[in-house]
Structures are given as C-alpha cells and as structure tokens.
Design a protein around this ligand. Structure first.
Ligand code: MRU
Length: 344
C-alpha cells in the first residue's frame, strides 16, 4: 500500500509533513484553511496534484469556518479563502483547477447548507478520483516500457506528489504490477532534495530497486548506458506541449535527447493549461536559503547573490510522449493534446 499524502478525516485535513522526510514520517492535522495555505507555501505538501486537492480541502475547511448565514456571504468568505490559497504557489496549474472546481460547485447551489455539504463531498471525491486517474495513467504508460528497463526520474512525481500512487512513479508502479522488472535511478533534485528525500524514500519504502544519483551525474549515467528511459511529472503543460516541471527537468530532457533516450512526461488533464502560452507561465522563485545551504548547514558565503527558480520549461521537441488518463499525446503535440480534450 503506497503512502496517503493528504486526506479528509473528521472534518480536518491530514497530511504527511514532507519537510520531515525521510527521517521522520509525521502526520499533521489542520482545521483552518490558513494552515493549509502555509503548508502549501512551506512544502509540507507539494507536487501539483497534491496541492490541487489540498486547495480543495482548504476551501472545505473555509466553509466550515465561515459564520455566513446567506449564500452571498458564504461565497464572499470562500473567495477570500481562495485568494489566500491561490497565492501560495504560482506555477502548478492544479491548484487553480482545484479551487475553481470547488467555487463552481458552491455557486451552483442555493442554500448555505447545500453549499457546505456539496463542497466537502466534492473535495473528498476529487481526492478519490486523483488515485483512480493515476492508476489509469500508470496503465496507459506501462505499455511504453520494457522488461529490465532502467528508468530515470527527476524530483518526486510519486504518491507523495499526489493523493496516492503517483503520476510518473505511478507508471513505474504499473510497470511492476504488469509483471515487468524495472530499476529506477532517482536524481537528488537540488535545492530541496525531493529526489533523495522523497522519491528515494517512497520507492525504497514500497520495495523498488532504486539508486540515487547527484543531479550532476545525469550525463554520466546516460553516456555510460545506465539509463534506458526517463519519466517525469508536470506542474503545468500548455497547449503547445511545453512542459513546466521541477528545475532541472530541461537539463535531463536535453541530455536524454543527446543520448537518444526516450523522455516521457506523465500528468493528469488537470495539469494542462489550455489557455496560456509558454511565455505567460509564472516560474516560482524561491528563497535564497534553499541554495546557500543544505538543510540547516550553510554551504555558501554570507550575502551571496542567488538565482533560485523552482521550475523550468521543457520544449515539446525533447519529449517522446505525454502520458495522461485519456491516452498518450505524441508529436505534433498541439494536435494530439487537443484530441485528448475532445475525447474528454
Ligand atoms: O516544488 P515541488 O516539489 O512541488 O515540485 C514538484 C514537481 O515538480 C513535480 O514533478 C510535479 O509537481 C509533478 S507531481 C505529480
């Protein structure tokens, strides 16, 4: 059984505190949407689908916290909570998707009680659906991989980045479940080590053959024939097939192209942004201390200038396929992505 990252229990949101992994497996419990917003901002919960569902649960808490007696008052309280939740992280489109979905449900209903019940039910359903969608992505993706493949992954697009099962790591789970043998190479993913702290932890916890490499060993492992395929997740995919994902993904994709290694992206349709152009997407810039130290230990001189973007953009020409719950999009991406949405 893979880990459950975020859950609704007794009118509270329960999450694994991912900042404590891999040293401690600690669960935190929130009854205030502001705490959920802080948890997203501080990476207690992270990963695009997980923050989408967390945003929805945040609004479910907001509806319980509100003292509104009319629909208009309640919608106004929810709009305020939505703004606070939305402003936590700008790049993953799933957050906006989760919040909008809840607001749409709220606006459709007539009474305060109806809104309350339907928001909580919808958020819980979104969490359940996330797991089912990941399993379908896994099944669709597993067919692209062969027995004895060694698969590289970057960052964490696993159970810990979703409600459970994972997207990129969900494909790896499904490959194993289909009876094929696979090995995984996880990049450590500086600066906050989602690869070593989370992917290596999650895959080891679930009995996978996983090796950890420094980010700087991507070229070495590919040049020496140690990797057959790459799979990563996505924070946002725009209609042209440009993929926004954890910083370093672009380097891995470029290196894979150089060595003729297929590079796959696994993501649900909720990670697609069909309205924006690549240049419209805001790349989250994070604090310097993530780069000037590792954990609590300082590794750079005081006052040094730092550039710390959390995500980068991989262009479609480096991508072999985008695996979704509706099938696999391939080049020309603009056309095949459009078809996925038509089939939806
Ligand atoms: O900063 P993070 O840890 O939220 O970044 C996560 C990633 O970049 C993941 O690869 C992405 O969200 C896909 S998760 C299924």
């Amino acid at each position: 059984m893979s880990l459950k990252t975020v859950e609704w229990k007794n009118n509270k949101v329960v999450m694994i505190d991912q900042t404590k992994l891999p040293n401690e497996l600690v669960f935190v419990e929130y009854d205030d949407f502001n705490q959920v917003a802080d948890a997203i901002r501080l990476l207690i919960v992270r990963g695009a689908p997980a923050i989408g569902v967390s945003g929805a649960f945040g609004l479910a808490l907001a509806v319980l916290q509100s003292h509104a007696t009319t629909k208009d008052e309640l919608i106004s309280d929810l709009e305020k909570a939505k703004k606070i939740l939305f402003e936590t992280r700008p790049t993953a489109v799933n957050l906006a998707w989760g919040l909008e979905k809840i607001m749409d449900v709220a606006k459709e209903k007539n009474s305060v009680d109806e809104i309350r019940n339907s928001i909580i039910d919808t958020a819980k359903k979104m969490a359940e659906e996330d797991v089912q969608i990941n399993k379908t992505i896994g099944k669709n993706g597993s067919e692209l991989f062969d027995n004895n493949d060694t698969i590289m992954t970057h960052c964490n697009a696993g159970a810990l980045a979703t409600v459970a099962y994972g997207t990129a790591l969900g494909v790896i789970r499904a490959i194993k479940e289909s009876g094929k043998n696979v090995k995984v190479i996880a990049t450590e993913t500086r600066p906050v080590q989602q690869g070593s702290r989370l992917t290596a932890f999650e895959l080891k916890h679930d009995g996978f053959d996983v090796s950890l490499i420094p980010d700087t060993a991507v070229g070495y492992t590919m040049a020496n024939g140690l990797v057959n395929k790459v799979i990563v997740g996505a924070d946002r995919i725009v209609k042209t097939g440009h993929v926004f994902n954890k910083i370093g993904t672009y380097q891995v994709a470029t290196m894979a192209k150089q060595h003729g290694i297929p590079f796959y992206v696994a993501a649900p349709l909720s990670s697609f942004d069909m309205k924006s152009n690549p240049e419209d997407v805001i790349i989250e810039q994070r604090k310097a201390s993530e780069v000037t130290g590792i954990g609590d230990k300082k590794t750079a001189p005081e006052g040094i200038n730092v550039i710390n973007p959390a995500f980068d953009m991989t262009p479609p020409e480096l991508i072999s396929g985008i695996i979704t719950e509706k099938g696999v999009a391939k080049a020309p991406f603009e056309e095949s992505i459009k078809k996925l949405f038509e089939a939806n």
